[in-house]
Design a protein around this ligand. Structure first.
Ligand code: ADP
Length: 339
């Protein structure tokens, strides 16, 4: 649906050259909710501006719905861009226009018939839960309601793709959740592919099926959300994951381990069905080991459970090895860790 091939973007400012993007390769499939996460300055906004061609890449190809953007005439570029809606952190609503007029704006610009506009805007305001606010002004709405207007406006021209630039960053946690739920509905009910950028891993965890992690203009890691959360490779990714999934042992537990002189534990990472299986009981019965859980963390990602267990396994060394081999064969990641 959206493909970026070897994208470079260089900004020349006075005597300095800023390499905002350095060889980005990205493929977003139809129906994805694809999250791009990175700290400030990583290049996320630049990437989004290139996808809807507000800016052009210095090098590389951008392909939207099978069409190379660089090869399009102004007219066909306008048509492609009509299929791309966008929502913003600060909503970008017209303060002097009513909610109805804000949502209708893209349709008025496209010279859609008045009656058709009325039907579409009414339907959209209904969809985002603001049917009773049609004649209100933006200043009379809460942040969450304003973002709903922004979403309705972005959907007005029936886009195939929705770009979201930090759309929940200015909202409180509860409102963030309701906006994320709305994005999920848009993806599910309208089949719209969503590309969202954020600096919050919890946003990725709650709505995305795929994620790319950006740093200094590069993608340092990408994959399915479950894989990246389950096995983050790059240190920056690990730091992001750590903000929502506790993967290390809390200090107070380490102090207790010191007291009993335990230093070596086994870390088990389980996804899906494994996460809820009676692993400890199996190890004890099957391999005659004493297994105690020292710290566990279970998190819901993509409607799947991700479990991280730190266990202390005591018993015969060869039985312990057999137990670890057994777990590995079951798809459970095992790792001896010294704490
Ligand atoms: P992010 O969205 O991840 O915070 P940006 O894409 O905004 O990152 O910025 C990436 C880098 O490109 C930064 O160093 C930023 O200063 C620079 N940059 C972004 N836009 C421009 C611009 N229009 N002119 C010059 N430099 C820019």
């Amino acid at each position: 649906m959206i493909e970026l091939r070897n994208i470079h973007k260089i900004y020349n400012k006075k005597k300095t050259t800023i390499q905002a993007l350095k060889g980005i390769d990205l493929k977003i499939e139809q129906g994805d909710i694809f999250g791009v996460i990175g700290y400030s300055g990583a290049g996320k906004s630049t990437l989004v501006r290139l996808v809807n061609y507000l800016e052009q890449p210095t090098e590389g190809d951008i392909i939207v719905d099978g069409q190379y953007l660089a090869e399009q005439s102004p007219k066909s570029l306008r048509e492609i861009k009509r299929d791309i809606g966008m929502i913003f952190q600060h909503f970008n609503l017209l303060e002097s226009k009513t909610i109805y007029q804000n949502v209708a704006m893209p349709l008025i610009i496209s010279k859609v018939a008045k009656q058709e506009i009325k039907l579409r805007v009414t339907e959209l305001l209904e969809f985002v839960g603001l049917a009773d606010k049609a004649s209100s002004y933006p200043s009379e709405l809460s942040g969450g309601q304003k973002q709903r207007v922004g979403i309705a406006r972005a959907l007005a021209s029936n886009p195939k793709i929705l770009l979201s630039d930090e759309a929940t960053s200015a909202l409180d946690p509860q409102t963030t959740q309701s906006i994320l739920n709305l994005l999920k509905r848009i993806n599910r009910e309208y089949g719209i592919t969503i590309l969202l950028i954020t600096h919050e891993m919890s946003v990725i965890q709650r709505v995305c099926n795929k994620v790319a992690v950006m740093e200094n203009g590069e993608i340092i890691e990408q994959g399915s959300v479950l894989d990246v959360f389950g096995h983050p490779k790059h240190l920056t990714t690990q730091n992001f994951v750590q903000t929502v999934v506790r993967t290390d042992i809390p200090d107070n537990i380490k102090v207790n381990l010191d007291k009993v002189g335990t230093r070596t534990l086994t870390k088990l990472e389980m996804v899906g069905d494994h996460a809820t299986e009676p692993i400890l009981a199996t190890l004890m019965q099957k391999f005659n080991l004493t297994v105690s859980a020292v710290f566990t963390n279970m998190t819901e990602i993509q409607e799947t459970t991700l479990a991280i267990w730190y266990v202390d396994i005591q018993g015969d060394a060869s039985q312990k090895q057999a137990a670890l081999d057994y777990l590995l064969a079951q798809g459970v990641r095992c790792q001896e860790v010294t704490v």
